[in-house]
Design a protein around this ligand. Structure first.
Ligand SMILES: [Zn+2]
Length: 474
């Protein structure tokens, strides 16, 4: 079995081989060098942003699960058009403004159990590398100065457009664009380095005073950290053009070597079937969703359910379905923890091996996590059946819990910690009693209501011969 991932650059599924040469054993590969475009820290990241960040997390977790070593960087864009405009609007320094939202971003990542990566470079701390790249591009004669800004001459870079597959006719040499973000029908020379406007932060350089364009930042941080061609570059599909196209142009023009081997792009997230927008009232930050009482575990689960190259339709109903999926896993763990003694199941090792193998087979196919989840829930169902048939011993149960912990190194939502629910034991016990009475009176609707109410508060009930047990959700 080999891990294959779709490469946007070649438009094909390719075996993943850190260093670029396929090896027999995964442990013989050098560490996989990965760069993910991080947040622009000008406000709270929204749930669409977090889809991409949770995907980055899945990618690194799965690589490690398969035995690769990862060396992963995700940048913080703390100087660009948006951050500068917002800090001026609020009347605070760029540094003060961006530090606040950088901290908030890291807290949100922690809430969603996104692992810390090996490097978190900041654009403002990589200015020297940017100047270095500018000087190299200048020597090649691929940049020019106009009104104190520096532009990349795309007509001089013959493979410009290879990532986004631009039609050559779309390229209009000589026309320039200043903004960090623009559309495909504005394919023009882009700003590498911008002359500062009144009141904007700037740096002194051999090219005069100025500040970086957005695109040069990522090229510089990648060079600073990794030094040479990297294995994987990730980002949302909206970054393919112009951001990633421009990163390739700058880096390959400066260093005459391939910039990135494998480009991976995550599709958009829709909310209630349409593009998120403040005017449509379907714009959610992570914090909005938590304030509404949704659990971070369920949000993480939901963000992972769709394949990264498919659009994900995010709905509040979807979070409820994720609540239920997680409750099934929690219930199984609760049952397993209570099994003592009994005869070992001779089939168990085979069952565990098969689950693991099928999981890897699914996810190896272009990180098909939906397939992996399917395999896992089939396993949950099977184990539940075996428990009901009393075919699982205490020792078996411990093995099964271990196997679930192992798979959760990839999922990250089963054993993830959640803020404590401040449970009031007395209240829970009285609700359990009320539920019992409702059942006796055959008022099953009320009994179900109570169970769901507790579940939403993070309390799971399990009915046994000896009465009802409860437990906090993990
Ligand atoms: Zn970037």
């Amino acid at each position: 079995m080999a891990l294959k991932i779709y490469n946007t650059l070649t438009r094909s599924l390719e075996e993943f081989a850190p260093g670029g040469v396929i090896k027999e054993n995964i442990k013989d590969y050098p560490p996989a060098t990965i760069y993910s475009c991080g947040p622009t820290v000008y406000g709270f990241a929204h749930i669409g942003n977090f889809r991409a960040f949770v995907f980055n997390d899945l990618l690194r977790r799965y690589l490690k699960f398969r035995g690769f070593t990862v060396n992963h960087a995700m940048n913080i864009t703390d100087v660009d058009d948006k951050t500068i405009n917002k800090s001026i609007e609020e009347g605070v320094s760029l540094k003060e403004y961006t530090e606040k939202y950088t901290d908030i971003f890291y807290q949100d990542c922690k809430t969603l159990n996104i692992e810390t990566v090996e490097h978190n470079p900041k654009a403002t701390e990589s200015i020297d590398e940017m100047i270095n790249i500018l000087e190299k591009i200048d020597k090649k004669g691929m940049l020019y100065k106009r009104d104190d800004s520096l532009y990349f001459d795309i007509s001089k870079f013959s493979s410009y457009g290879k990532l986004s597959r631009l039609d050559k006719r779309e390229i209009r040499p000589g026309a320039r664009y200043d903004a960090d973000e623009y559309e495909k029908n504005d394919v023009r020379d882009f700003a590498l380095w911008k002359a500062p406007k009144e009141g904007e932060p700037h740096w002194d350089t051999p090219f005069g005073k100025g500040r970086p364009g957005w695109h040069i930042e990522c090229s510089a941080m990648i060079r600073k950290i990794f030094g040479s061609t990297i294995d994987i570059h990730t980002g949302g599909v909206d970054l393919i053009f112009p951001h990633h196209e421009n990163e390739i142009a700058q880096s390959e023009a400066a260093y005459d070597e391939p910039f990135v081997r494998h480009w991976i792009h995550v599709e958009h997230l829709l909310v209630n079937g349409s593009k998120m927008s403040k005017s449509q009232g379907n714009f959610y930050t992570l914090r909005d969703l938590l304030e509404m009482g949704n659990s971070p575990r369920s949000i993480r689960h939901l963000l992972l359910t769709a394949h990264y190259r498919k659009q994900l339709n995010f709905t509040l109903e979807g979070i409820k379905q994720s609540d239920q999926a997680l409750a099934r896993i929690d219930n199984l763990l609760l049952r397993l923890e209570h099994i003592k003694g009994g005869k070992d199941n001779p089939e168990l090792d085979t069952i565990l091996e098969k689950m693991n193998r099928n999981f890897i087979e699914s996810v190896d196919n272009d990180l098909n996590i939906s397939g992996g989840l399917g395999v896992f829930f089939e396993f949950v169902h099977l184990i539940n059946t075996l428990i009901s048939e009393e075919k699982i011993s205490g020792e078996d149960a411990a093995k099964i819990i271990k196997a679930i912990e192992n798979i959760d190194q990839v999922f990250g939502f089963i054993f993830m910690e959640e803020p404590s629910s401040n449970v009031d034991e007395e209240r829970i016990n009285s609700l359990i009693e009320e539920r019992l009475n409702a059942k006796k009176e055959k008022n099953f609707q009320r009994a179900d209501e109570i169970r769901l109410m507790l579940e939403n508060k993070g309390i799971i009930l399990e009915d046994t011969k000896d009465g009802t047990r409860w437990k906090e959700k993990r």
